[in-house]
Design a protein around this ligand. Structure first.
Ligand SMILES: Cc1cc2nc3c(=O)[nH]c(=O)nc-3n(C[C@H](O)[C@H](O)[C@H](O)COP(=O)(O)OP(=O)(O)OC[C@H]3O[C@@H](n4cnc5c(N)ncnc54)[C@H](O)[C@@H]3O)c2cc1C
Length: 498
């Protein structure tokens, strides 16, 4: 065993762990160490160099401008384009082309599309503003109201047309997928209706990208504290267990072999991989909710000290997977002005399409889950496929490349589309330090479960274990700005007790 000591331990160097560390340093407190399981900082912010540019495997956008601390930091440090000095609309460039086409390669009628979108988002907003008690899930509510609005408002001549009816359903399914992406779930039927209002969307543009990637935000945040930050950062340290070996040891944990290494009774013992042990007085856990779901129950000992309400909240809160499939081409086969390709699965011709694919060795229909392919501002040769769920993580790169090519050829009606020359993909579910992408209020989640997850564990009025990370923010869960603010919140708690 190798023993070392620190006053405060921060577990995880994602944005929440980093924001805590920097706030502590700003307050002249440096008796802490940050332990990160990976060999890099950033967690779910993961900008990787690619060619002359970069790719984002995790967070990509700043969601909203008004009162968004990440937007403020990005603007102050000139990390985003000057046009964002103004508060813009939700989508920043309405002149870009969005293709909505079906599996026969036919573009959707714009009027029909606008109308179906209008009904969907009316139903969606009704769900957000809902005031009455209900046991429905989000998906059911939206579907019911979508159908109601559709029948109330649709021109009867269009509505009776069977082809349009099929398309209307298909557009609904696509919107459903789109919202799964934003909410981090696999189905809106898994989401809570009554707690849907808990998420607060900040005003302004929702899709602001960093000129040099999200990583530049971390570099700016660390800024002048680079030296101290690096001194306090321990990469490749995987926390396995937290043992509370403080004054309680005579009662509950008298066997603790580690306490003899310190005279101080108020110690927490952190057990890391490779037999490394760190003794500290306080620990801040910033691991993802996905990690907690898998490990929390056995992580803290004695387990009697972990309130059941926290454990239950961790189990109830939703945590889904959203991934990116980045297709790299020799040169773009799309127009310069393209923003999105949205495959709209026509229910009628879908079966016929899969019949024709049988001899191509396409084993599963996984690619039905791809919601959209978007272009990237910083890299003109790539298309980024967005997909919710994790089944596809088990597929090989070759299978994914081949199936995406089939999909694009069918939906764009172009047999000349080449195979990508490279594929880069995220696998957030297979990553055992994340086990998914971001959190959401699931159907079974109780109101204020984020507060239960965030609540520190104390004994005799002394705090031992604190919690930060996106899943601990009441209104901005799932986002970078939410995670950042939870880091500041916990830094304040540490500073208050100094
Ligand atoms: C594909 C994708 C797209 C996204 N897009 C956006 C977006 O556009 N805009 C937006 O605002 N948000 C987006 N998000 C969400 C955003 O990335 C997260 O909410 C945020 O980065 C979470 O930060 P965090 O500090 O809470 O957690 P993390 O970034 O997960 O940090 C936790 C750290 O703890 C480490 N760790 C875990 N277990 C251990 C252990 N046992 N020992 C030591 N260290 C450990 C992890 O390695 C990790 O570095 C996206 C996320 C994904 C996955």
């Amino acid at each position: 065993m190798q023993y070392s000591f620190t006053k405060t331990a921060i577990i995880g160097a994602g944005i929440s762990g980093i924001s805590t560390a920097i706030k502590l340093l700003e307050n002249n407190y440096d008796e802490f160490l940050i332990f990160e399981a990976n060999d890099r900082i950033g967690g779910r912010i993961n900008t990787i160099p690619y060619g002359n540019s970069f790719l984002e495997l995790g967070a990509q956008y700043i969601h909203g401008q008004v009162n968004n601390p990440i937007y403020k930091l990005a603007l102050e440090n000139r990390l985003i384009e000057d046009k964002y000095k103004e508060i813009l609309d939700e989508t920043d460039d309405l002149t870009k082309e969005n293709i909505y086409s079906d599996n026969n390669g036919v573009r959707l009628d714009e009027k029909l599309l606008d109308w179906a979108q209008f009904c969907f988002y009316n139903a969606y907003n009704l769900a957000h503003d809902l005031k009455h008690e209900t046991n429905q899930n989000l998906g059911e509510f939206i579907y019911e109201n979508y159908i109601r609005l559709m029948t109330e408002k649709l021109d009867p001549i269009v509505f009776k047309n069977e082809i349009n009816q099929n398309l209307i359903d298909a557009i609904f399914q696509w919107n459903f997928k789109w919202e799964c992406m934003f909410n981090g779930c696999e189905s809106l039927f898994d989401m809570s209706l009554k707690n849907f209002k808990n998420y607060t969307k900040l005003d302004g543009c929702q899709i602001i990208e960093f000129n040099n990637g999200y990583k530049s935000l971390l570099q700016s945040l660390i800024g002048n504290f680079q030296e101290n930050f690096e001194k306090n950062l321990k990469l490749n340290f995987e926390l396995k267990n937290i043992l509370l070996c403080h004054k309680l040891k005579n009662d509950i944990n008298s066997e603790c072999e580690h306490c003899k290494h310190t005279d101080d009774e108020n110690k927490i013992v952190l057990l890391f991989d490779k037999d490394r042990v760190v003794l500290c007085e306080r620990v801040l856990c910033t691991m993802s909710l996905g990690f907690f779901k898998e490990n929390f129950e056995n992580m803290i000992r004695p387990s009697a000290l972990v309130p059941n309400e926290k454990l239950d909240a961790i189990k109830r809160m939703g945590f889904g997977t959203v991934n990116k499939i980045i297709l790299v081409y020799e040169k773009p086969f799309w127009n310069e002005n393209l923003e999105l390709i949205n495959p709209i699965w026509n229910i009628e011709s879908r079966e016929k399409m899969f019949e024709t694919l049988k001899n191509k060795n396409v084993k599963t229909r996984w690619f039905e889950d791809i919601c959209s392919f978007c272009t990237a501002n910083n890299n003109k040769n790539v298309l980024i496929g967005w997909i919710a769920g994790n089944y596809h993580e088990s597929l090989s790169n070759d299978e994914i490349k081949r199936d995406c090519t089939i999909l694009l050829r069918k939906f764009l009606g172009r047999e000349d589309i080449p195979e990508p020359i490279d594929l880069v993909r995220s696998n957030w579910y297979s990553n055992r330090f994340t086990r998914g992408s971001y959190s959401f209020y699931a159907y079974e989640t109780f109101d204020e479960d984020t507060k239960r997850i965030a609540k520190p564990i104390s004994f005799n009025n002394k705090i031992f274990i604190q919690f930060a990370g996106e899943a601990t923010h009441d209104n901005f869960y799932s986002t970078v700005h939410g995670a950042y603010l939870t880091g500041l919140r916990e830094a304040d708690r540490i500073i208050k007790d100094l």
